[in-house]
Write a protein that binds this ligand. Structure first.
Ligand code: OAD
Length: 253
């Protein structure tokens, strides 16, 4: 992890008029939630084509719920890590405008962040596919799969499956945030899933500085990203936040 780049990031954030963060699964790895891609990733164990498409949920919900129940158990016991807490603190201090997250684990909420755009929904909420009645995931028994609503319909989490559209509001809000920021922090995303992966390019074209934080380079690195900080989000973000808290007056000069 480069101290020079950490200080540069702190300075860019303090000087910016508007900072937005785009976060991905890497953000929650230090909260013991598996990412999708790479070693130990969910897609290593479950082929997304077989398990994660909306058609499978409709035609064979018991199969999709094998994956969903595993995710639900992991998410419901997870706690925010220092990376989530740092983003919440930056918002509280007035240095972060919003978080656009691809994560469905709700950990940015748990950490205290307020302005969150959940691009792929939230796994802590579910609803019945028949009567649409909402239910909290923690109230769903996973003993028999798929879980059912009182009305007999199958329950589903309020997340975006492959083959489904991104919620309209999330799409328009994130587009506005992306086009109006002058710094975008891109944290723990593999840059592989559209349309979320196009946001940093849009921000860059609108003149924003793109600060990428990841344990390994992605297709953004060296192209879309203005600079790349190699490291864990739970270590890099607290360092940046500490510098901002302790030296913000010096950083603007
Ligand atoms: P991925 O699992 O594709 O990528 C996770 C990224 O996090 C990788 O680039 C890792 O190198 C990085 N990473 C891992 N641990 C890290 C750490 N401690 N600190 C920083 N970075 C770390 O996750 P996403 O890019 O979020 O969509 O995936 C995007 C979408 O693909 C997900 O929202 C999901 C999935 O299919 C849907 O389910 C619709």
């Amino acid at each position: 992890m480069s101290d020079e780049l950490i200080t540069r990031a702190a300075r860019d954030i303090v000087k910016a008029k508007k900072v937005v963060a785009l976060t991905g699964a890497g953000m929650s790895v230090e909260s013991d939630i598996a990412p999708f891609r790479g070693k130990g990733g969910i897609w290593e164990k479950y082929d997304p084509v077989e398990y994660a498409y909306i058609d499978t949920l409709r035609t064979n919900p018991a199969k999709t719920w094998i994956l969903l129940s595993e995710m639900q158990r992991e998410i419901l016991k997870a706690q925010p890590n220092p990376g989530h807490l740092s983003l919440a603190e930056l918002e509280r201090l007035g240095f972060l405008s919003s978080i656009i997250t691809q994560n469905v684990d709700g950990l940015h909420h748990e950490a205290g962040s307020k302005n969150i755009i959940e691009f792929h929904g939230n796994h802590r909420q579910a609803y019945c596919m028949e009567c649409r009645k909402p239910i909290k995931s923690e109230e769903i028994s996973l003993e028999t799969l798929p879980p059912h609503c009182d009305c007999g319909g199958v329950l589903r989490p309020d997340v975006v499956f492959f083959g489904e559209a991104i919620p309209h509001e999330a799409l328009t809000q994130s587009d506005q945030e992306t086009r109006s920021c002058d710094v975008m922090l891109v944290v723990g995303t593999s840059a592989e899933v559209q349309p979320a992966a196009s946001l940093p390019g849009v921000a860059r074209s609108s003149g924003a500085t793109i600060i990428e934080i990841n344990i390994e380079p992605t297709s953004f690195t060296g192209y879309t990203s203005t600079y790349f900080i190699k490291g864990k989000s739970g270590e890099v973000l607290p360092k940046i936040t500490d510098i901002i808290k302790n030296q913000s007056a010096n950083l603007t000069s």
